[in-house]
Write a protein that binds this ligand. Sequence first.
Ligand code: SAH
Length: 349
Amino acid sequence: METENRQFMHGLFLHELEAWIVHAGEKAFRAKQVWQWLYQHQVRDWEAMSNLPLALRQRMEASFILRPLEKMEVQESDTGTRKLLCRLVDGELIEEVLIPAPDRRTVCVSSQVGCMFGCAFCASGQLGVKRNLKAGEIVGEVLAAEREYGDRITNVVFMGIGEPFDNYDEVMRAVRILNDPDGYCLGARRITISTCGVVPGIQRLENEGLQVELSVSLHAPTNTIRDTLMPVNVSWSLDELLATCRRYTERTKRIITFEYTLIRDVNDTEQDCADLVRLLSDFPCRVNLIPLSEIEEYEGRTSHRETVEKFIRRLEKAGINTTVRWSKGTDVNAACGQLRSRSMGRSLR
Ligand code: SAH
């Protein structure tokens, strides 16, 4: 494919673009002009960069991809949630979800084509992982979401397809470009990374000096239950995961949110609730309960509303700040765990 050797324009740091431009025989200040076109005007054509010399535009066009993805399809849910199906330059398809609220425009982005972690209840990992997304593609997801909203994105959550810490470098690169005041200029605290429990990723994040939010998918209060739901628990057990989380909080002073998907009779019994309270009670953290979004490939059922409420009461009583994420977008399969890489296993080209 003609585009294969070109890099993604949105994956370069400003200083890297500067170095490239100087190497191309132009003045360094041109890089900032390019970034203004990329992140303020968000142009999708080289010709639009009208204050740049033609020769530079042409050289950039020969070396860089300016459109990392194309919107293929939009599905809008009754709740206002919108799911975007996007085609990457190599033909792979990913999904992202726009979640509007009165005071926010959130986008839930994918970090990989597929996922290798294979959590029992999640559709994204059913076919394994095909490839990592590049930073430029992740930034491209945010820009595509802004085009769809017609307004700036206020929050980015890495809760789409893939495990962000299995693609650590490109995810962090995207985070820094989104966060850069000359780039997308989104506050780090408005960016949430969610991990299924990849311990080395949490350890690395601890040293980044970035104020991003960290969510950890816990989903079970014991190794016995977690082993059956999340194969990742075999590599990094609950004890190791929690010790790492504690250290992360001690060192960064940042509060972790634990995600807990509630599955009827699997992890939502009285005993499970008591175990969860015991596990987290002496640790400053938040819990986000997610009643299971049911998927075809998994026989588990979502918890009864009373059970969810009981969990909230017990956790709150133990002093643990608890929220519930009631499913949004289930009617268009845009809820947690329902996203998949639709091009996998069949070719669309
Ligand atoms: N790989 C990352 C991010 C992707 S999933 C992670 O595991 O954290 C975002 C969240 O949705 C995770 O907490 C995930 O466990 C949860 N999730 C996955 N499938 C779900 C389902 N069917 N119902 C409810 N939550 C689900």
